[in-house]
Ligand binder design. Structure first.
Ligand SMILES: Nc1nc2c(ncn2[C@@H]2O[C@H](COP(=O)(O)OP(=O)(O)O)[C@@H](O)[C@H]2O)c(=O)[nH]1
Ligand SMILES: [Mg+2]
Length: 653
């Protein structure tokens, strides 16, 4: 059994079509019209043909007045088609199928498909005499699985212009098998056979039954001899392989007089009747080649389409990556001016509060270890001499204003990027995000919608157009009241240095941990206590965020692992005391402060990120990821169906 007609194949084709339509909706592709046409073709042309009971289409063809319509009526058993009279009286094809197909309109649709029209029922024979689309009739007498076609004369016309040729051509391309009828007057007319022969080579070779309308006085041998000439003219060498049977239609005057229908008998002995031969043909076997080529077309187009969809999805992925990167740098910008001293101050407060009682007494009586104090003084002196150090200490009110300005600027920038039709991403060449973006761009073979500009300086610029799938979401964002969102964001900002419950808990935990590590060395512990007092008092500790290790920077490097799902975000806590501190002291300070800085920055960054997602990027990212996932699933389904289709094509019987 030909795998073309397997249930699995029908399922694969239906699945392919469904996934393609869903994908073009999901990704809002501009090839939508092409997909619609393709879906139409699959539904109208391929799927019905793969059904087990799609009929065999037999087209009666031949020169003008050779008796096509007379034969058609004889086979159907009713005078449906007008006969005789003026040559070329049939101006449009007539299709007759069994009444059992009345309940399967897709069959009639598929039969009319080569004519680019919807099925229309024949109402009166006269309709056939005016040009137009083919007409259809359901006939009880016809055997199941057979569609009979009466075609217009292809050789009727004047001055080399054949008025019915196009319809005749379409009829032939719709046919699975031909019934070629000829007379003694035209059997050797090369013009007629050449036309059919040309049609057969352009739309694929179809086999034929030959019907010779001839006087009873001709012997079967003469009939077979003349039919052989016709066959050679039609098919050339090896013609006998394509001729399924030769029949003679009696040249009886009672037929012309309309008194009786034409009798069609096999020429030669032991042959079966024409109608019997037609109903014995297995449509699937006959149609195999035709169906296979339609099927191959569908698979081929599906393949091109899945590539296009993959690219659209990669584009979406690139955009989301870009937007996330943009958001990350906006979050960093929003935190450009956060003073850290309040956090360190609170940490040292907790530290002192949790001192054992003997230390508390010692501190009260002034018996504090000398070393740390000396160190503290040295550090303080250095700070006083350092401009940078002074600048970093901001009075509370100024800090608040600077923080607000940072937040507004960063939020505005991110919002503009999110509502722009194109995302412009400017990154330092050192930023690992550059490599990630380049990798994304590499996967976009067409490069449509995403490019990297060539920069002279040490930055890299990426431009990614908004994927059509996100156009609606972006429009909603653009229309939302931005100034209200901004106001809300500012209102929800914590006062600088304000500690939320989360961070307070985190600091308490850090104090406990640090203490646990230092129990044995009281000396070191006291050094820490002293340093904790000094740092917030002498200078605010500031930080910068880097992506990538800030190699060679002076201060404490804090790796903020796991933030935003990245592992390359660093904070540099610049400690002015480095100038006066011994290496060992600095190391201890780092051990103490790094976790505090990490806890605090993580806390702040996450809060801002959450705020930005809620007010700006959330819907884009969420819808984007959902679309990406859903499309991935459909692409997978398409690839699966296509693979099945390719296997069917490779395993042609
Ligand atoms: N004597 C005779 N006349 C026929 C026969 N078949 C068709 N005709 C006549 O030939 C003429 C043309 O027939 P028609 O079926 O309209 O030919 P079409 O143009 O090929 O469809 C009509 O007058 C028919 O009655 C036949 O077997 N014997
Ligand atoms: Mg006719």
């Amino acid at each position: 059994m030909d795998p073309l007609y397997d249930e699995g194949t029908i399922e694969a084709v239906a699945g392919l079509k469904d996934a393609a339509v869903r994908l073009s909706d999901l990704l809002v592709l501009d090839c939508r019209p092409a997909v619609d046409a393709w879906q139409q073709a699959v539904e109208a042309r391929l799927l019905p043909r793969l059904m087990p009971d799609f009929p065999l289409v037999a087209a009666i063809c031949g020169g003008g007045s050779s008796g096509k319509s007379t034969l058609f009526n004889a086979l159907v058993g009713r005078p449906l088609s007008p006969t005789g009279g003026r040559a070329g009286i049939n101006r449009r094809p007539l299709i007759a199928i069994s009444t059992r197909y009345e309940k399967q309109p897709e069959v009639a649709d598929a039969l009319c498909d080569p004519f680019d029209c919807a099925p229309k029922l024949l109402e009166a024979a006269e309709e056939l005499a005016s040009p137009g689309d083919p007409l259809l009739c359901y006939e009880k007498s016809l055997p199941q699985g057979l569609a009979l076609l009466d075609t217009p004369d292809f050789d009727t016309g004047a001055g080399g212009s054949y008025q019915n040729r196009e319809m005749a051509e379409r009829s032939l391309s719709a046919a699975d098998v031909l019934i070629y009828i000829f007379t003694n007057a035209n059997y050797n007319n090369r013009d007629n056979t050449d036309f059919i022969a040309r049609m057969l080579t352009t739309v694929g070779t179809r086999n034929s039954f030959l019907v010779y309308r001839v006087y009873p006085s001709f012997s079967d041998d003469e009939v077979l001899d003349h039919a052989g000439t016709v066959a050679r003219n039609l098919y050339g060498e090896g013609a006998e392989r394509h001729v399924l049977g030769v029949y003679r239609a009696g040249e009886d005057n009672r037929v012309a007089a309309g008194e009786r229908s034409v009798g069609v008998v096999p020429a030669g002995d032991g042959r079966i009747g024409l109608m019997e031969a037609l109903s014995q043909m297995d449509p699937r076997q006959v149609k195999g080649e035709l169906h296979r080529s339609i099927f191959a077309d569908v698979i081929h187009q599906g393949q091109g389409f899945v590539e296009e969809v993959r690219q659209a999805n990669e584009h979406l992925a690139a955009y989301l990556e870009g937007l996330r990167t943009m958001q990350r740098s906006s979050v960093q910008k929003a935190l450009s001016h956060l003073p850290m001293d309040a956090v360190v101050r609170r940490f040292s407060q907790i530290w002192r509060d949790t001192d054992p009682s003997h230390v508390k007494i010692m501190r009260k009586t002034g018996q504090v270890v000398e070393g740390p104090l000396r160190l503290a003084l040295r550090a303080a002196k250095w700070i006083r001499g350092s401009k940078a150090g002074k600048k970093q200490t901001l009075p509370e009110g100024v800090a608040a204003a600077a923080m607000e300005a940072d937040l507004v600027q960063a939020a505005n920038g991110l919002r503009k990027a999110a509502v722009d039709p194109e995302l412009t991403l400017r990154l330092s060449r050192m930023d690992p995000a550059v490599d990630r973006m380049r990798e994304r761009l590499r996967r976009l073979t067409k490069r449509a919608g995403a490019t990297e500009a060539s920069n002279q300086d040490d930055t890299a610029t990426f431009r990614i157009s908004l994927p059509p799938a996100l156009a609606v979401t972006r429009e909603a964002l653009r229309r939302a009241n931005w100034s209200a969102s901004l106001k809300d964001m500012l209102a929800r900002q914590e006062v600088p240095g304000g500690l939320t419950g989360d961070l307070e808990e985190e600091l308490q935990r850090l104090v406990r941990e640090q203490r646990a590590r230092m129990t044995t060395f009281d000396q070191i512990r006291q050094t820490f206590a002293a340093m904790l007092n000094i740092i917030p008092a002498t200078a605010a500790v500031t930080y910068v965020l880097h992506t990538g290790d800030p190699v060679g920077a002076v201060g404490i490097k804090v790796k903020l692992a796991g933030l935003f799902g990245l592992n390359d975000l660093y904070a540099l806590v610049a400690i002015p005391a480095t100038a006066g501190m011994q290496k060992a002291d600095l190391k201890q300070l780092e051990a103490l402060l790094a976790p505090v800085a990490r806890a605090w920055l993580t806390h702040k960054l996450t809060a801002i990120e959450r705020l930005f997602e809620e007010k700006i990027t959330g819907m884009l990212l969420e819808n984007g990821v959902q679309t990406l996932d859903a499309a991935d699933g459909q692409i997978h389904a398409m690839a699966h169906s296509l693979a099945h289709g390719r296997r069917v094509l490779e395993n042609a019987p």
